[in-house]
Ligand binder design. Sequence first.
Ligand SMILES: Nc1ccn([C@@H]2O[C@H](COP(=O)(O)OP(=O)(O)OP(=O)(O)O)[C@@H](O)[C@H]2O)c(=O)n1
Ligand SMILES: C[C@](O)(CO)[C@H](O)COP(=O)(O)O
Length: 419
Amino acid sequence: MELHRPVPAPTQARPPREGESVTSRPSDPSSSLPDPDPSTTDDATVATVIVAAGRGLRAGGGLAKQWRDLGGRTVLARSIAAFAGLGPLCLVLRAEEIGRHPEIEAMADLVVPGGAERAHSVRAGLEALEKHAPLRVLIHDAARPLVPRETIRAVIAALDHGAAAAPGLTVTDALWRVSDNRVAEAPSREGLVRAQTPQGFRFDAILAAHRAHDGPPAADDVAVARAAGLAVTVVPGHEDNLKITGAQDFARAERILGCDMDVRTGNGFDVHAFGPGDAVWLCGVEIPHHAGLAGHSDADVGMHALTDAIYGAMAHGDIGQHFPPSDPQWKGARSEIFLAHAADLARVEGFAVTHCDVTLICERPKIGPHAEAMRAELARIMQIEPGRVSVKATTSERLGFAGREEGIAAMATATLVKS
Ligand SMILES: Nc1ccn([C@@H]2O[C@H](COP(=O)(O)OP(=O)(O)OP(=O)(O)O)[C@@H](O)[C@H]2O)c(=O)n1
Ligand SMILES: C[C@](O)(CO)[C@H](O)COP(=O)(O)O
């Protein structure tokens, strides 16, 4: 057994105060425990055992599932990290694997060898924690790397009122018993829940229960607790808290983590020269000006840059390819048609435009007073929220064609996400 980092000072369950009654239900040995003292029920008094001594045979793939990568971190590192900030954490590994992954072991306070069955591994972890005398303990499968913090908190909170608590998920599908690939029976799902971990206990009660347990090894610690007469409270589990069991569960976990997201960025740039006229169209807003912008369409330079950014993110060419200037039907066209086309194409390909940012480069007209209207108009055309659209402007310090007020330039970026 190795000790890697200092653990909090042992926390003892306090004896009842003078005159304080301790209610006791004969069928529930847990109720003979004193109520937890609020002053000691902070997270530091909750120890954790993470059992990672399995072989992961059902998941296949050679390497045991707890050592495999899941979105850039091992499954085991994710499971340990989920319990950060609580009390001492004991990691249970197969004896021959101890010392092979120092960076993972360093995340734990104690590392101990497990046994042939999960129950043996849990027992080894509990025995190792005894000297730290935690008030409560959480026992968690390394194979459940995506356990949400809210699930952990719900289990800990339930231990304020009882000796044992565990997360469960209501069974929502009908159940079948199958024989020879045929439905032989449809058992009732009434009152059934799917058991998850972490399963939480008053430490002394579960250690005693494991020591007393005989017969075939139990599937989980709730079974051990119940065999010892402990009442177990069920708190809401979470669909994300899947147990990686078969090979297909890695893909499911990656989907939950969002690892399969396709994130694209595109940029666009456009310039239009000033010409005759008394207004310019910029980002869908008409602004009175002493000149117009020259172009085949309405010459909305900002909207063109943004449209090209969206096409660029999808690697679908540019406006010129989709709406050739040589085609007379686009003469004088509203640029709204181009932007709506690019946004529709993105939707058809499964992308959401999650953000875009347009910068107009000109001395005049002043853009600030119109920026909000431009954001609203671009958002309307793309059918996204205005909060995802940014419009800003800069001068070029009177340098170059924009500085000499010969024309207006615009640049844009667009971020597209497919999940
Ligand atoms: N002797 C064992 C068996 C299992 N476990 C742990 O208990 C958890 C739940 O077990 P399971 O999903 O069944 O894991 P494996 O036993 O590794 O999988 P398999 O049955 O497919 O070999 C896992 O984190 C596993 O590492 C353990 O610590 N010691
Ligand atoms: C403890 C457990 O995660 C509860 O659902 C589960 O029983 C352990 O996995 P196994 O496949 O039963 O070994």
